[in-house]
Design a protein around this ligand. Structure first.
Ligand code: PLP
Length: 424
């Protein structure tokens, strides 16, 4: 899709999006925090939202607000049309074979729980193995712990090395004849490590093992082609890709989704109901009980339009350039130690400063208008692996710029000087 952003011509004669104009699309970025301009480096927790997304959701509430799938009246039909159009668009965005393979959920966590419960109950038995990596967000660990407790299956963890990577050799060794499910993050939210998703899926599929990819940290940063990846399930949240909170996607290959019983019963997911029993609707509806997050799905659809209007080639180039710049700046700050130095990484930099609690540093940076995340990043076992309780995490998005990274560099240096002087 061609860009609708006024383009700038680079020195090599390439046309590039006008990143300043794109940045202006994000109203929340243009405010002061503690008397300083906001510099937002917490994209991995949730992204800021462009006007296009906010306006699409507002338009729905102002003009089309009605429940979907249930009304003959005009508003309900309009709401249903935009809701189902969003499903078709999401399927195309991901390269899914059919729009019925897209289940709208409240987010990655809900999507993984749905699979762990429904697929887990149908397919796991005592002695079976579920494999995850040591990099997982709690959302792709706890539901599998619960599924294993329920079914008697065993949870196995592929270890992480000191660089914050999981080796393909280790994965291969741990995919055994007992493994039923291999569930892994494509990109680690805590360290930014990019896993070779396609290679891992191929290895698992050759052995008849079902795969689930947690793509929460992928969707805003890389194009996804499900036909190339070949996974059985893939999950993500709209709010990490410029869309709204409370909306997400579970993709599943149709033949695999068809083996899932609904986890929730109620309206919209049935075919026939009597007082005694019920039968289920076809996919995708039988896995979407109750009124869905209609405005959220409309926001997701607008977020897809927004990302595609910029174009993946430009996004990849921009984010890789910002990452290199930030890595170079932060690496040169005395007392800073990176946690995880993966060879393949996305725009996430986790670090600690010797002798300084991440919360203290985060608080001092906030005083200068700089928003980054501190803590365990919902990856407590991974933090324990590195012998720490948490890190400071800078996460970048296409709307960040060099000026903000320069401010981050100076702010960390001055915060560390302040802490050192107080400590003396
Ligand atoms: N998986 C990863 C890799 C994440 O980064 C996150 C959120 O930070 C999640 C899962 C959970 O996403 P949500 O809270 O939107 O359900």
């Amino acid at each position: 899709m061609s860009s609708n952003w006024s383009a700038k011509t680079g020195s090599e004669g390439l046309t590039r999006p006008d990143w300043d104009a794109i940045r202006l699309e994000f109203p929340a970025l243009h405010q002061s925090v503690n008397g300083c301009p906001l510099a937002y480096f917490d994209h991995a927790a949730t992204s800021q939202k462009p006007r296009r997304v906010i306006n699409a959701m507002t338009h729905y509430y102002q003009s089309d607000n009605a429940n979907v799938h249930r009304g003959v009246h005009n508003l309900s039909q309009r709401a249903t049309t935009v809701y189902e159009a969003a499903r078709t668009k999401t399927a195309r965005f991901l390269g899914a074979a059919d729009s019925s393979e897209i289940i709208f959920t409240s987010g990655t966590t809900a999507s993984i729980n749905l699979v762990a419960q429904s697929w887990g109950n149908a397919h796991l038995k005592p002695g079976d193995e579920v494999l995850v990596t040591g990099l997982e967000h709690h959302a792709n660990l706890v539901p599998w712990q619960m599924a294993c407790t329920r079914t008697g299956a065993r949870l196995k963890i592929v270890p992480v090395n000191e660089r914050g990577e999981v080796s393909t050799e280790a994965v291969s060794e741990m995919l055994t004849s007992g493994t039923r499910m291999f569930a892994f993050c494509w990109i680690s939210n805590a360290l930014g490590t990019i896993n070779p998703a396609q290679e891992w899926v191929e290895m698992a599929r050759k052995r008849g093992i079902t795969t689930l990819i947690d793509a929460a940290q992928v969707v805003a940063h890389k194009p996804i082609n499900l036909q190339e990846i070949g996974c059985d399930f893939l999950c993500f949240s709209a709010h990490k890709m410029m869309g709204p909170t409370g909306t997400g996607v579970l993709y599943g290959i149709k033949s695999v989704l068809e083996t899932l019983d609904p986890v929730f019963g109620g309206g919209d997911m049935i075919d026939e109901v009597s007082y005694e029993r019920s039968t289920w609707a076809d996919l995708p509806y039988r896995l979407e009980a109750g009124t869905p997050n209609i405005s959220g799905v409309i926001g997701l659809s607008a977020a897809i339009d927004f990302l595609e209007s910029i174009g993946w080639a430009s996004i990849l180039e921009r984010e890789s350039e910002l990452l290199s710049y930030a890595l170079e700046k932060l690496r040169n700050i005395p007392r800073i130690r990176f946690i995880g130095e993966p060879k393949l990484r996305s725009g996430v930099i986790s670090f600690i400063a010797d002798g300084v609690h991440p919360y203290d540093l985060g608080t001092l940076l906030d005083e200068q208008g700089i928003a980054l995340r501190t803590g365990h990043h919902c990856a407590q076992p991974l933090m324990r692996h590195f012998g720490i309780s948490g890190t400071c995490r800078v996460s970048l998005a296409l709307y960040n710029n060099h000026e903000e990274i320069d401010r981050l560099d100076l702010a960390i240096r001055s915060a560390l000087r302040l802490i050192t002087n107080v400590d003396k």
